[in-house]
Design a protein around this ligand. Structure first.
Ligand code: HOZ
Length: 433
């Protein structure tokens, strides 16, 4: 495929944007390729500036559960824009969206809207610290909660992909307040609680980990976290930026029937516009200014366009959608597993709802150690061969693939057909189109 315009744009971009991009994983660095510049997107299809079309499994990293640019969403957004793009004052839309979120996730008795998942996670932890008057937090290696200082210790997503899981620029103080446990390992959590008695404000976790590639929780893991937090007086914070509304309308907490104290949301809640939110029990959230003393603010928080997109997106989460998505994901996971087997490539497919990651490894992947044991070189070769065949995957072994309502059985069939050849390329014998 010719990608001359993308290549030229990337050269130009590097002269103005650090690394040529506005978010690190977009740079395709770890897969040995040059990023595509996108001209338009519709349904499950991305089109780059050279006119090449791709079946998209990044889907803007998760928000687009209804696909790119669904007609109903465009209609309400155009109407909303006619009424003004930002008020800097309350609007009825925030109340409506807040009530809608609470209906779907009843544990969020009060909700504060922000503009990104990063803001949601850093603000939720601030509330937990204020509520407990403690400073330390526990997070899991390979989990990613946005790029606030205290979370960039053994972080997943782009930080892991680019080999900087603990970022320079994070102060020793922030790093010292972040304790690291192993995902799916309750003993590692218990040890930290015992070694830091009465010091831990919160444990934050992606209840379904999606930022070291997809790693679902083991049976009893989330319930065990709830019990440990209760036993030690710490707040349990679920980062449902990826899993919220994705694994079901009630998120991972609805699926697992485990109630966190605080929840962070993002991605789907904004339907493709920049929205995050955090919420939880009323008495905890009443600490947030102006109801209480914990300060947190934002010029574009509750933005009317973003709230409109969120409302449309959540209004259209029907049970049939989740059934359709998990059917397609099962088809894709099965087809990929068979294609890898036929090509003689050891691959573990982790799948959950409409999320999926094929890990290039012989070992089951259930934590950071097993995820990082995957062969990233093989993933890079696979990625490039898929791209050459019109399939746009996350440009990293350590990210989840996202399916949407716009993906069809035919898209999945085409993807599996492409993968049959791409797995052979992953062995290192064959490359490109
Ligand atoms: N959390 C997303 C990746 N896992 C964000 C995408 C990005 O970092 O650009």
């Amino acid at each position: 495929m010719a990608t001359r315009r993308s290549t030229r744009l990337f050269t130009r971009a590097q002269q103005i944007l650090p690394g040529g991009v506005d978010s690190p994983v977009r740079a395709f660095k770890s897969v040995g390729a040059t990023p595509l510049f996108i001209a338009r997107a519709s349904g499950a299809t991305l089109e780059d500036v050279d006119g090449n079309r791709y079946i998209d499994y990044v889907m803007s990293w998760g928000p687009l559960i209804h696909g790119h640019a669904p007609k109903g969403l465009l209609k309400v957004l155009k109407a909303a824009a006619d009424r003004g793009t930002s008020y800097g004052a309350p609007s009825p839309l925030e109340v409506e969206l807040g009530e809608k979120v609470r209906r779907l996730m009843p544990g969020l008795q009060r909700v504060r809207f922000v503009s990104s998942g990063t803001e949601a996670a850093m603000s939720a932890v601030r509330v937990a610290r204020a509520a407990t008057r403690r400073e330390k937090i526990i997070k899991f290696e390979g989990c990613y909660h946005g790029h606030a200082d205290g979370f960039l210790v053994q972080a997943g997503s782009g930080a892991l992909t680019l080999g900087v899981p603990t970022s320079p620029g994070v102060t020793r103080g922030a790093a010292n307040d972040t304790l690291i446990a192993s995902y799916n390992d309750l003993d590692s959590v218990e040890r930290l609680f015992n070694a830091n008695r009465s010091e831990i404000a919160a444990l934050i976790v992606e209840p379904i980990a999606g930022n070291m590639g997809l790693v679902p929780p083991a049976d009893g893991f989330l319930r065990g976290l709830r019990e440990l937090c209760d036993a030690h007086g710490a707040m349990l914070v679920f980062d449902e930026v990826i899993s919220g509304f994705r694994v079901g309308p009630g998120g991972a907490q609805g699926w697992a029937r485990v109630q966190p104290d605080l929840t962070c949301l993002g991605k789907i809640i904004g339907g493709g516009l920049p929205v995050g939110a955090y919420g939880g029990r009323a008495e905890l959230m009443s600490l947030v200014a102006p109801a209480g003393p914990v300060y947190q603010a934002g010029t574009l928080s509750g933005n009317p366009l973003a709230m409109t997109a969120g409302l449309w997106c959540l209004d259209n989460l029907k049970p049939a959608l989740y059934k359709q998505l998990s059917g397609l994901t099962t088809q894709l996971a099965g087809g990929l597993a068979e294609a890898a087997r036929d090509a003689g490539v050891p691959v573990q497919i982790n799948a959950f709802g409409s999320l999926l990651t094929p890990f290039f490894t012989r070992q089951p992947v259930r934590d950071y150690g097993s995820a990082t044991g995957a062969d990233t070189g093989a993933y890079g070769r696979f990625f490039r061969a898929m791209l050459a065949r019109g399939v746009y995957l996350p440009p990293s072994q350590f990210e989840a693939w996202f399916l949407s309502a716009a993906h069809t059985k035919r898209d999945i069939d085409r993807t599996i057909a492409a993968a049959r050849l791409a797995f052979r390329a992953a062995r290192g014998h064959e490359e490109g189109g």
